[in-house]
Write a protein that binds this ligand. Structure first.
Ligand code: TMP
Ligand code: ASP
Length: 248
């Protein structure tokens, strides 16, 4: 592999982060593991890493083209993404355009109620505490981020939402909600990291409202991988599909 993959730096639930020869760059490996319930439910899904790396790369490219700073440098090959090394914030920044999932369990929203302006929620990324919802005071008191950083994160997140929502709609996909994570680059800038994939977003077919994301796995439904492949087939260009010899 070029650049050469070094030692393992960090192993998450679905991705591993490896060193490279350049201390400012890492290689993110997208694994085939799929988990739910803070990792309690866990399986292997053949080629999930392959497709999620391609889908995430596409979203990062769309965002970079819209002027948003991301960790993404290039897809070395499916499954392996070259990225800027970030010092990650333990925040799950969730944006909601349509009420779904845990929002319906916690609050009296109507199913599929449109949320305009979008709702931004931040959860503390911590399996032991089951990712509790934060407010700014708690986040600041925990020393996770300061007010200025939280304001910057909200600004960037709203822009990301608007760029991706429009892009997805042009591909016949609705974007009810998604989770992103941020980190600091070597100059201290807040930069989008992690992944944007059917593992971390809700995607619905805009014509049929068919679910095309990890909710299928969370609910124990079949066709999880077919849904991920469908997302890839809808958003990737002919060029990407030929380049990586993708079988759709
Ligand atoms: P929720 O409705 O279950 O709170 O999920 C909101 C969004 O966040 C949804 O797009 C899925 C994503 N998500 C993750 O990426 N990781 C998680 O651990 C959870 C619970 C949700
Ligand atoms: N992040 C959760 C876990 O790995 C899964 C979820 O997305 O619901 O357990």
């Amino acid at each position: 592999m070029n650049p050469k993959i070094g030692n393992l730096l960090y192993a998450g639930k679905a991705k591993d982060v490896y060193k490279t020869d350049d201390p400012k760059r890492v290689i993110v490996k997208f694994r085939d593991d799929i988990t739910a319930g803070d990792g309690v439910k866990s399986e292997k899904m053949v080629k999930k890493g392959f497709y999620n790396s391609l889908i995430s790369s596409k979203f990062f490219e769309v965002l970079e083209n819209a002027g948003i700073k991301t960790q993404y440098i290039e897809l070395i090959e499916p499954g392996y993404m070259l990225c800027k090394k970030l010092d990650m914030l333990p925040l799950e920044v969730i944006t909601r355009n349509i009420a779904a999932g845990s929002l319906l369990k916690k609050f009296p929203f109507k199913t599929r109620q449109e949320l305009n302006p979008p709702v931004i929620q931040m959860d503390y990324k911590n399996d032991e505490y089951h990712d509790p919802m934060l407010n700014d005071s708690i986040t600041i008191a925990l020393g996770l981020a300061d007010q200025e950083q939280l304001d910057i994160i909200r600004d960037i997140t709203l822009k990301i939402n608007s760029v991706l929502k429009d892009f997805l709609l042009s591909k016949n996909i609705l974007f009810p909600d998604f989770k992103i994570e941020y980190g600091f680059d070597s100059s201290g800038n807040i930069v989008l990291g992690d992944e944007i994939s059917p593992d971390t977003c809700r995607f619905w077919d805009s014509k049929t409202c068919e679910v095309l994301d990890k909710d299928l796995f969370r609910k124990g439904d079949s066709g999880v991988m077919d849904a991920y492949v469908k997302v890839a087939s809808l958003i990737l260009s002919e060029k990407d599909i030929k380049k990586w010899k993708i079988e759709l």
